[in-house]
Structures are given as C-alpha cells and as structure tokens.
Design a protein around this ligand. Structure first.
Ligand SMILES: Cc1cc2nc3c(=O)[nH]c(=O)nc-3n(C[C@H](O)[C@H](O)[C@H](O)COP(=O)(O)OP(=O)(O)OC[C@H]3O[C@@H](n4cnc5c(N)ncnc54)[C@H](O)[C@@H]3O)c2cc1C
Ligand SMILES: *[C@@H]1O[C@H](CO)[C@@H](O)[C@H](O)[C@H]1NC(C)=O
Ligand SMILES: *[C@@H]1O[C@H](CO)[C@@H](O)[C@H](O)[C@H]1NC(C)=O
Ligand SMILES: *[C@@H]1O[C@H](CO)[C@@H](O)[C@H](O)[C@H]1NC(C)=O
Ligand SMILES: *[C@@H]1O[C@H](CO)[C@@H](O)[C@H](O)[C@H]1NC(C)=O
Ligand SMILES: *[C@@H]1O[C@H](CO)[C@@H](O)[C@H](O)[C@H]1NC(C)=O
Ligand SMILES: *[C@@H]1O[C@H](CO)[C@@H](O)[C@H](O)[C@H]1NC(C)=O
Ligand SMILES: *[C@@H]1O[C@H](CO)[C@@H](O)[C@H](O)[C@H]1NC(C)=O
Ligand SMILES: *[C@@H]1O[C@H](CO)[C@@H](O)[C@H](O)[C@H]1NC(C)=O
Ligand SMILES: *[C@@H]1O[C@H](CO)[C@@H](O)[C@H](O)[C@H]1NC(C)=O
Ligand SMILES: *[C@@H]1O[C@H](CO)[C@@H](O)[C@H](O)[C@H]1NC(C)=O
Ligand SMILES: *[C@@H]1O[C@H](CO)[C@@H](O)[C@H](O)[C@H]1NC(C)=O
Length: 605
C-alpha cells in the first residue's frame, strides 16, 4: 500500500496536474476547491463524474472509501462465473456488513454485501440487467412529481448507459434479445457466454405452459413479464462495471477529474445559510477513525452517491435526520428530515436445488471444486481469450410473474405499480447455487425465487457518531404476511415449471433439504418453514433517502436535491421511493444519466 502511494506521489511530481489523478491520500489533493464533489465512486457516482467532466472547465473530485478495482484478487470481480465470490464478506471488495437478527427468519443474522471498491456494487454484484416495467417508472414519475422519470422519458437514458454485445461463443443471438431495446452507452450487456444444458428445457417449458410462463424476447422493453434470456452487465468475457465502463476510459485523460480512494466522507459541514436554508458546501473526510480530518469545498454542489447504506449514514452523521434520534448519539441537528434511513426496501431471495444425472454438463465440476482440472482448464481458457465456461454469469433464463388477479393476497390491494409490473421472479441455473452449505460433488439445477414487490420496510440507523462504526442495518424481511404469501406462491409456481414434461427424466429428485416442499402434498406450513430457514438478501437495498413530491415527507425533491437545505443532491439507489419490480442496477444507471443531464442544464455546463 505504501508503495502504491509513493508511485502516485511520483506521478504527481512528474506530471503536476496535467491529467486526472487517482489519489490515495487526502493530503495529495492540491486545490481543495472543486465545482462538484461526488461522494462514492460507485454505480451512480461514476456516471455523474464522467458526464460532468465532459465539460473541461468543470472540476470534479470523487471520494471513494474502497480501493482500486484492479490489483490483488481482482479476477474475482472480472470473471463472470466468479461473481458470487466478488461480494463475499471479509474480502477487500466488501463492507463486511451484517443485518440485525431477522425476526421472521428465525432470528438469523445475514451477511449484507455492499461494494467497497471503485465501481461500488456494480463491481461486485451478480450482473443481472433488468430495467423493470413501464408501470414501475410511471409510478416513479407520479410519486416524485416529475414526468422525467416516466418510462417513455427514461428509455433514452437507459439507452445512453448501455450497449448490446454478442455472446462470447459467437452463436447467433438474434432469438435472445431485441436490438431495438438497446442503446449505445458504455456498459456492455450480453446473454450467457456459453449455452447451457438447461436452455432447451426452459424454452420448451415456455411452449408447453405459455399461459403461466410465456416467452419474452426482451424483458427490458418495458414489458417485463414472462421468461427471457438472462441479460448481464458483461462483455468481451468480463464484468462491465461503472469503474470499467465510465471511469477508466476518462480518468487518465481528463485533467478536471480527480478520484481519491481509500478515503471516507465523514460528514457534511454546514457552511452557512442560503435562501433561509442551511447550506452544505464543505465535506469532511478521513482515512481511519483516528486519522487527521481534511475538508474539501464544492463551489456548486456536493453529490452524495454513497449508496442506500452509505448515503443515509453520512446524512445522519451530518445532523440530517430525526433530531431526537440523533441527539441520543450526541449529534446536533442541522436539518430535520425524519425519513432519512427509513423506508428501506430490499427483496428476499430463496433458492432450491435439484439433482440431475451425473453425466450432465452443468457448471458444477468447476463451481463446486470437484474437478480441479476442469477449473484450471476453464481459467486458462479465460486468460487466453476470455471465452469458455467462465464467461457464464451462472444463469441462463429469468422470468417475472404476477399473482393471479383473484389471488387472496391481492384482496387488500395490489402493491405493484401496475399490470406490467411483477410480484415475483424465478430464475434457473445450470449448477448448484444457494444459501445452503454446498455439496462437494454431483450435478444440479437450481431455481431462485424472489419477491419483487415486497411491502415490508426496514431501516438504516446509526449505532454511533463515529463514521467508521457500521450502521444498524435492518431489511426487516417478511414483516408482512403478503410478502411471505408471495414467496410461497413463487415456490409453488416454480414447482409447476420444474415438474413439467421437458424436465422428466432430467430432474431426478430435489436435494434432500427440499424434499418436503417438493412433495405433491406439501403444506404451506412446510414451504414457510423452508423459507424462514433459507431466505437471504438479494442486496437490492433502496429507498433510504427517498424522492417524494410531498413537502412533509421523503428526503429529496424531484431534482433529487436534499429537502430543506441547499448545496446537496443525492444520486444513487437510496432515492428510489420503491424498487422497480426487478433487479435495480439498470434503473440506477438510468437515474444517474438523467440526473447528469439535469445538473448540466441547471448550471449551463
Ligand atoms: C452482492 C450484490 C449483488 C447484486 N446483484 C445485482 C444484480 O445482479 N442486478 C442488479 O440489478 N442489482 C444487483 N445488486 C444491486 C445493485 O448492484 C445496486 O443496487 C447498485 O449497484 C447500487 O448503486 P449505488 O450507486 O446506489 O451504490 P454503490 O454502487 O454501492 O456505490 C456506493 C459507493 O459509495 C462508496 N461509499 C459508501 N460510503 C462512503 C463514504 N462514507 N465515503 C466514501 N465512499 C463511500 C462505496 O464504497 C461504493 O463504492 C446487487 C448488489 C450486491 C451488493
Ligand atoms: C481551484 O479550483 C477552483 C475551482 O475550479 C478555481 O476556481 C480556483 O481558481 C482554483 N485555485 C487555484 C489556486 O488554482
Ligand atoms: C472487509 O474485510 C476485509 C478483510 O479483512 C478488509 O480488507 C476490508 O477493508 C474490510 N472492509 C471494510 C469496509 O472495512
Ligand atoms: C441469425 O439468425 C437469424 C434467424 O434466426 C437470421 O435471420 C440471421 O441472418 C442470422 N444472423 C447471422 C449473423 O447469421
Ligand atoms: C452541539 O451544539 C452545542 C451548542 O451549540 C455545542 O456546545 C456542542 O459542541 C455541539 N456538539 C457537537 C458534537 O457539535
Ligand atoms: C453421482 O455420483 C456420486 C458420486 O459418485 C454418487 O454418490 C451419486 O449417487 C451419483 N448421482 C446420481 C444421480 O447418479
Ligand atoms: C480460446 O482458447 C482456447 C484454448 O485455451 C481455444 O480452444 C479456443 O479455440 C480459443 N477461442 C478463440 C475464439 O480464440
Ligand atoms: C388482471 O387485471 C388486469 C387489470 O388490473 C388486467 O389488465 C389483466 O388482463 C387481468 N388478467 C387476467 C388474466 O384477467
Ligand atoms: C381464481 O380463478 C381460477 C380460475 O379462474 C380458479 O381456479 C381459482 O380457484 C380462483 N382462486 C381464487 C382464490 O378464487
Ligand atoms: C452497536 O454498538 C454496540 C456498542 O459498541 C455493540 O455492542 C453492538 O453490537 C452494535 N450493534 C450493532 C447492531 O452493530
Ligand atoms: C405426504 O405424503 C407422504 C407419503 O407420500 C407422507 O409421508 C406425508 O406424511 C404426507 N404429508 C402430508 C403433509 O400430508
Ligand atoms: C421542510 O420544511 C417545511 C417548512 O418548515 C416543513 O413544513 C416540511 O415538513 C419540511 N420537509 C420535510 C420533508 O420535513
């Protein structure tokens, strides 16, 4: 680490500030005033930084708590099939958070992954690329009070963030996506790098049971529902993150962009008042709990992009939140915004596994470690030309579904955004996957089940006024009977899928731990017992600094400016008032592209 620091200092000495810099110590920042300071070089933060610095006279500093996305162990955040390893706790890429005990999950404490590296969670996530539905974004527009967030307006920003690339095995993918849906932006999107032994069976099931499981050529068209080929944020055989797609191409060539890593924003400092409201233009940072603090100033704005855990934590450390809660920790209130850290939405996920014949070419010999030769051969192929089984994201197809209209779960109203939104998701994997202890051998197919429109809400609260102490994280899974009921319905739906004809003679049996649920006479109580034991977070945390048009609630307004204050904007998953009824990252990129344009327009840059 020392060595890296010296290398950077040497570069500074040699080249002055003739190009944008990757700095590793706050003392290396030469001019502490910038036009914009972006907190968090994560998914959204890198989009904002890259777009604002397209104008060479706009100076931007990005502060990132984590380290570089290259260097030791970075293969884990590059190789698609290694994606599950990218977010393991106690690695240099993760925040190592855990939840408080989850009451509905037998009081289990769950790992709660967040990316701690350039690219943030886009560098460590599972790469599934789904925008959500037309109704999801039309509801955003309505709740936020700004038609910019509607589906029809957002499409241009989705397209600005991504582009389609063909699968690594060179197959003809024209039946796997709709080119009209995709754009010309930096993040690379593709389907699996290799075909799998279950693809034909999944597709045959959509033909056999089209009423429940219709095929959807491209679920990113706004029509989310049905079974589609899984699209992932990867290309050329490697993960495509906001660090590789937005930051790396411009960092060394733009002298108006500096990125300071291994440095944490500790709080916003009120610098005065403007328009009768507290103004925040100064950011305090530090590298360890006891290290010297430094301050940087933004002439225009500080943009918080620290994610749905980090952003509310920084706000509360700055006295922005519920004044009486903050007073208990000795933090003086600066802005009363009681919704900070509230309204946390996350989606629960549970997996099931099935035994398939031992001569089946699943990914298990590589992923379960049973065959070191297969794993070594796959890695050397990936190193040689980025092809082969390691270019698989581990899943072939994904589907989004609604409960039947007459479901008793909908008797008290439909929590989804509308008829194009989903209530649950299913996906199929040609390998063993899940929260259970993995076996060391065998061949498997796994099924994941996700509640995509949950009604439970959790929270982020401070445990300490020390910015280096983890906040208290409570996703509050299955706080409502509705959420639990949808998970039961999702599992029952997946059982109809896997018990259909195309799987006869292939799915030999469920793994022993799933046998009770798999049985034709299983009771809902059996299914619930399984859910309480094996549910985990899918890590789609959002909503903790929600945008809302109502004056008395939410945390940011329609332009994502902090309410009842000036100088601060929030651009990350914490502003979503709801989750899209799918995986959120495409929506995070879309919001960030829209906001980059709003900011450029506001300052005429
Ligand atoms: C393991 C995992 C798997 C996932 N799988 C998928 C998936 O397959 N598909 C999908 O759509 N979504 C997935 N998600 C969710 C998705 O990745 C996130 O919703 C999205 O990346 C959030 O973007 P963001 O900009 O809000 O935050 P992030 O990308 O997390 O960025 C926040 C950044 O801020 C930094 N930071 C935080 N606090 C501070 C501080 N005090 N000072 C300085 N820097 C700070 C962090 O280190 C981080 O780099 C997954 C998430 C995880 C963790
Ligand atoms: C520092 O940067 C600010 C913002 O771009 C600029 O206005 C100022 O002139 C710079 N100061 C020095 C000493 O270069
Ligand atoms: C998580 O643990 C790893 C391994 O100990 C460490 O390198 C990393 O810095 C930790 N993350 C945080 C945010 O402390
Ligand atoms: C791919 O297949 C489609 C029909 O399925 C065909 O129209 C198209 O020409 C093929 N593309 C290439 C590059 O072969
Ligand atoms: C809070 O405000 C009081 C009164 O202005 C002041 O004495 C105290 O130092 C402040 N505490 C902190 C932590 O800033
Ligand atoms: C697969 O092989 C393992 C180890 O040889 C054996 O225990 C298991 O029964 C076999 N499974 C099937 C489905 O044949
Ligand atoms: C990639 O390398 C492997 C051997 O490592 C080879 O078999 C394969 O043909 C190569 N593929 C391409 C497209 O070059
Ligand atoms: C269910 O209701 C929605 C409207 O709420 C309607 O659009 C849809 O067609 C209905 N589905 C069926 C299968 O009747
Ligand atoms: C919903 O309708 C279907 C067929 O239309 C019927 O089989 C089912 O029993 C109904 N369910 C409820 C809860 O009414
Ligand atoms: C909060 O802090 C206390 C005291 O440091 C610690 O014992 C406790 O485990 C923390 N709680 C959580 C949820 O991290
Ligand atoms: C389901 O059937 C099996 C035998 O096929 C029996 O052992 C079990 O008790 C039954 N379970 C329920 C809930 O009826
Ligand atoms: C902002 O301040 C106004 C006027 O004091 C107040 O009515 C409103 O509730 C505040 N907004 C929020 C979100 O607390």
């Amino acid at each position: 680490m020392k060595k890296g620091l010296h290398q950077v200092s040497l570069l500074c000495a040699l080249f002055g500030t003739s190009f944008g810099l990757l700095l590793t110590d706050p003392s290396q920042v030469q001019n502490t005033t910038y036009d914009f300071i972006v907190v968090g070089a994560g998914t959204a933060g890198n989009v904002i930084a890259a777009r604002l610095t397209e104008n060479p006279s706009t100076r931007v500093l990005v502060i990132e708590a984590g380290g570089s996305n290259t260097g030791p162990n970075s293969q884990n955040i590059q190789v698609p099939l290694f994606a599950p390893q990218a977010s393991l706790p106690n690695t240099r890429f993760d925040w190592n958070y855990t939840t408080i005990p989850q009451k509905a999950l037998n009081n289990q404490v769950l790992a709660y992954a967040r990316g701690f590296v350039l690219g943030g969670s886009s560098s460590t996530n599972l790469m599934t690329w789904t925008r959500g539905s037309r109704d999801d974004f039309d509801r955003f527009a309505q709740v936020i009070g700004d038609s910019s967030y509607s589906w029809d307006n957002m499409v241009q920003f989705f397209k600005k963030s991504e582009q389609w690339v063909h699968p690594r095995d060179g197959r003809n993918d024209s039946d796997e996506f709709n080119p009209a849906v995709h754009g010309n932006g930096p993040v690379l999107i593709t389907t699996e790098g290799v075909t799998s032994v279950i693809d034909d069976r999944v597709l045959a099931t959509t033909q056999q049971l089209p009423a429940e499981f219709p095929f959807n050529l491209d679920s990113n068209s706004g029509d989310l529902l049905g079974v589609a080929w899984l699209q992932s944020s990867m290309g050329g055989g490697s993960r495509s993150s906001s660090a590789t797609a937005y930051l790396a191409p411009v960092l060394n060539s733009r002298q108006n962009l500096d990125v300071l890593i291994q440095t944490r924003a500790t709080k916003l400092i009120q610098s005065g008042s403007s328009q009768g409201l507290p103004q925040f233009n100064t950011l305090e940072v530090g590298q360890t709990s006891s290290s010297k603090r430094f301050t940087f100033t933004a002439r225009k704005e500080i943009i918080l992009s620290a994610g749905a855990v980090g952003t509310p934590q920084i706000l509360m450390l700055s006295g922005i939140g519920n004044p009486s809660d903050l007073a208990k920790l000795g933090i003086n209130s600066t802005v009363s915004l009681p919704d900070v850290g509230k309204n946390l939405i996350d989606q629960p996920i549970v997996s099931a596994q099935y035994i398939v014949p031992n001569d089946t070419a699943t990914l298990d010999p590589i992923t379960l470690g049973e065959d070191p030769n297969a794993a070594a051969a796959a890695l050397s192929q990936w190193n040689a030309n980025k092809t082969g089984p390691l270019t698989s994201a581990g899943s072939s197809h994904i589907g989004f579904f609604r409960l039947p209209n007459n479901s008793t779960l909908l008797q008290n109203g439909d929590p989804s955004a509308g008829p194009s939104s989903s209530h649950y998701e299913l996906a199929w994997q040609p390998e063993w996957a899940g929260a259970q202890t993995p076996p060391t051998s065998g061949r498997y197919v796994s099924n994941i089940h996700v509640v995509t429109t949950p009604t439970s809400r959790g929270s982020i609260t401070l445990n300490s006024s020390n910015p280096f102490t983890a906040p208290i994280i409570d996703p509050n899974f299955f706080a409502t009977d509705y959420d639990l009921g949808v998970m039961v319905a999702a599992i029952r739906s997946a059982l109809r899928f896997i018990k259909a004809k195309p799987w006869n003679g292939f799915v030999l049996a469920p793994v022993p731990g799933f046998a009770t649920v798999f049985a034709d006479n299983s009771s809902d109580a059996d299914v619930v017992t399984y859910i309480r034991q094996f549910t985990r977070s899918i890590h789609h945390t959002a909503g903790t600094a929600a945008a809302n048009k109502e004056q008395g609630s939410g945390v940011v307004d329609a332009n994502l400016l902090l309410k009842n204050a000036t100088g601060v904007r929030i651009v990350d998953a914490s502003v979503f008032p709801f989750l899209p009824s799918a995986h959120p990252i495409a929506g995070v990129y879309g919001f960030a592209e829209l906001l980059a344009q709003k900011i450029k327009t506001a300052y005429n840059i």
